[in-house]
Design a protein around this ligand. Structure first.
Ligand code: SF4
Length: 613
């Protein structure tokens, strides 16, 4: 028996976590089990039936570490902590760590507010969502504000006000900050918002109809007419919403589909029986069984403050079904059930989610094929040395030389990789010298990149021949020979006769070895790709430039406050985060900020009140 065999023989039979390691001690895979020895042995005893990826991993395993726990639940928690820390190659990773927007109704307050949040907290507030896109969220919010004048302001704006803000004037808020509505009537409206968000629109309409009749009986015709319009709007919404589930509960329906070496998971969000939308994800399947991938997905998807519905429908039973259910119930603070429907409506919904997963992965594959084709065409049309899978694009932004910044964006296989974007504050150039700034940015970027062996295939510059010459100079200086360089410039052209002159812009691509600019025609998909990358670099540079400028403006506003020195200005800014929040702060809040006393509190408070007047 070899060393590994001896190790497996001596493994504990208790619950815990096991770590497969290779020769160098790198962790390949982390798993959990109720009986460690039994689970690990099953990997090595029955190689038949295991797919190639699992076999390839097992080939590399030379050592196994274990961590024994008292219960399976502890093993479950520990496994996820360890995966999060070590990111083993053969465990699945949910790349989408984004939290989708939800609406929060702060029920714990006397006058609850409706705000957009991305994180669900364990508090008394009610959360609705997630909304699959920012557009659908904005639409709902706009509709609610039109139907129910609930406040949407933050507490800093709400407290200590002398007058209601513009929302009151526009009829979008009932003005609770200044006593324009009493608590009882306001809470009644909050209840209606809650019903609306829960999809209980029929009950809501019934209630409103009753109130409309009462108002007209009391001859309050104007009020009754307003309620009638409200009812019309809500009924219009009801018509548009499609019921997909008859039990009115909140459900996430998680379907999956395998396609070659990939697995797609698609989650449909059903709230109050109505389908809000869905989100898809793909992972390399890494030879893991569907059940394991689903279990990992559930844990990674719901762990970071996402909305947890009462029911989660999945296509296959997962090994630690009761543990995951227990864990989700604890997170939500309310019973959560994971169901594997065998028939009926729920099964039908699940089929729908699986079909969506299939479509999602097929569309993704198509898109990737198109992107690959576009990159190859880019190489051909622009006479590049390599297919430009890694593109870095640069732009400069400044206002007559002030707050000058450079930006670099990174595109891998035609898609932005935002983690690799970089900003550069110009350090050596004074005044509006675009070429000098570009030189500084490129030199700084590639001096570092050479050391790290992190060079792109193609460098794209926003500009014409001048910018391209600067890039060439940097490449020559740093002896970078294998990198392609191109620049993209929008230039004005005048067409037509003297009488009917037509001015328009044209995109020109400059290449170091080609004398005349390359013209691709405005409908060329290759030009669209370059344009998209260049625009992204431009957007990134401008955003940073504006940020620097606004920091300057903020500082100058605070500098205007008489008797408030630099230290206090910085402390205030750090404490409140923005001038807007300092402006809206009450005296009490101001006095709590570091370095503030009664006198300085009074000065700051009065300064902004006078400015407002
Ligand atoms: S009117 Fe008052 S409560 Fe309403 S949004 Fe404005 S500040 Fe907030």
């Amino acid at each position: 028996m070899n060393l590994l065999g001896q190790k497996i023989e001596s493994l504990p039979t208790s619950p815990g976590v096991y770590l497969f390691k290779d020769r160098k001690g790198t962790i390949l895979y982390i798993g959990k089990a109720g009986d460690i020895k039994h689970r690990v042995s099953s990997y090595f005893q029955r190689p038949v039936g295991k797919d190639l990826k699992t076999l390839a991993m097992l080939e590399k395993v030379t050592d196994i570490d274990t961590l024994v726990t008292d219960t399976e639940k502890e093993a479950f928690i520990l496994e996820n902590l360890l995966i999060k820390e070590h990111h083993p190659r053969y465990n699945i990773k949910l790349r989408d760590d984004k939290n989708y927007p939800c609406l929060r109704l702060s029920m714990e307050e006397d006058f609850p507010t409706l705000t957009v949040v991305r994180r669900i907290k364990k508090d008394e507030s009610l959360y609705f969502g997630p909304f699959p896109s920012a557009t659908s969220l904005r639409e709902t919010l706009r509709l609610i504000r039109r139907l129910f004048p609930i406040r949407t302001c933050r507490n800093t704006k709400f407290s200590g006000r002398l007058r209601p803000c513009i929302n009151y004037g526009m009829g979008r808020c009932a003005g609770p900050c200044c006593g324009k509505i009493d608590r009882e009537h306001y809470r009644e409206m909050v209840h209606q918002v809650k019903m609306f968000l829960e999809g209980k629109n029929k009950d809501l309409v019934e209630g409103l109809k009753k109130r409309m009749e009462e108002e007209s009986e009391q001859l309050h015709f104007e009020k009754a007419a307003r309620i009638r319009d409200q009812i019309d709007d809500i009924e219009h919404v009801i018509e548009k919403q499609k019921m997909v589930s008859s039990d009115f509960s909140d459900q996430d329906v998680i379907g999956s589909h395998r396609q070659d070496h990939r697995i797609a998971i698609y989650s449909l969000f059903i709230r109050g029986g109505k389908l809000l939308g869905g989100k898809g994800f793909t992972f390399p399947s890494k030879g893991l069984p569907d059940e394991e991938i689903l279990s990992s997905f559930l844990h990674q998807y719901y762990r970071e403050g996402k909305f947890i519905p009462e029911q989660i429908l999945i296509p296959k039973a997962i090994p630690e079904h009761h543990l995951v259910e227990q864990w989700l119930t604890e997170w939500k603070g309310k019973r959560v059930r994971i169901l594997v429907p065998g028939r009926g409506d729920k099964k039908h919904l699940l089929q729908m989610a699986c079909e969506n997963a299939k479509q999602f992965v097929l569309e993704k594959e198509e898109l990737e094929k198109d992107e690959e084709m576009a990159l190859k065409a880019l190489r051909e049309k622009l006479h590049l040395k390599k297919v430009p899978r890694r593109i870095e694009a640069f732009d400069i932004s400044n206002l007559q030389g002030g707050n000058a910044v450079g930006s670099m964006v990174f595109f891998k296989n035609g898609k932005p990789d935002r983690k690799r974007y970089r900003h550069f504050k110009i350090k050596t150039i004074e005044g509006a010298d675009d070429y000098g700034m570009m030189y500084e940015v490129l030199l700084r970027r590639y001096q570092k990149a050479i050391g790290m062996n992190d060079l792109p295939d193609l460098v794209l510059l926003d500009g014409g021949r001048g910018q391209l010459n600067v890039a060439q100079e940097v490449c020559n200086e740093l002896k970078m020979k294998d990198i392609d360089l191109v620049s993209l410039a929008k230039e004005r052209v005048v067409e037509g006769s003297r009488v009917s002159r037509l001015r328009k812009t044209e995109e020109k691509i400059f290449h170091p070895q080609i004398k005349d600019p390359i013209l691709l025609g405005k409908h060329s998909p290759i030009l669209h790709l370059l344009d998209r990358i260049r625009n992204e670099a431009h957007r990134f540079a401008i955003t940073y430039h504006k940020k620097l400028r606004s920091r300057e403006t903020i500082k100058s506003v605070l500098r205007e406050i008489p008797g408030i020195g630099k230290m206090r200005q910085t402390a205030l800014l750090k404490y409140f985060g923005s001038v807007e929040k300092i402006k809206e702060a009450t005296k009490e809040e101001l006095s709590k900020a570091p370095k503030m006393n009664r006198k300085s509190t009074q000065i700051v408070y009065q300064f902004f009140r006078k400015r407002e007047e």
